[in-house]
Design a protein around this ligand. Sequence first.
Ligand SMILES: [Zn+2]
Length: 117
Amino acid sequence: MDKCSHQDSPKKDWLPISNGAMKQHPFCQKCGIVRNISSDRGKDVGYFINSLAELTNYLEMRGYRISKAQKRLIIKEFEENGFGDSYSITFSSQKKGFTEIVVRHVKVSKYLVENFV
Ligand SMILES: [Zn+2]
């Protein structure tokens, strides 16, 4: 997925929000993606890199290692699936995506991963 630096369009689209009501949403005038205007704001990739570092520390104290290569793969997959795009995504879907990717690479439960996000 190509990175777009996203720039709000001067005009907005009427789109439904989570409760079904219509609201004006800005969208990116370069790639057309709609901005997430809910209170469930997406976070930058750095936030998830920190979560992964904390999870790594926790597991290392218990004798389980996550290699640098594994961490790189996890973050790469996270970004390639569009989860790093804090302009358009909600934190809830980032958290879900991050958790699913981590458990594919590391033998831990979803519950444990969620505790570090
Ligand atoms: Zn864009």
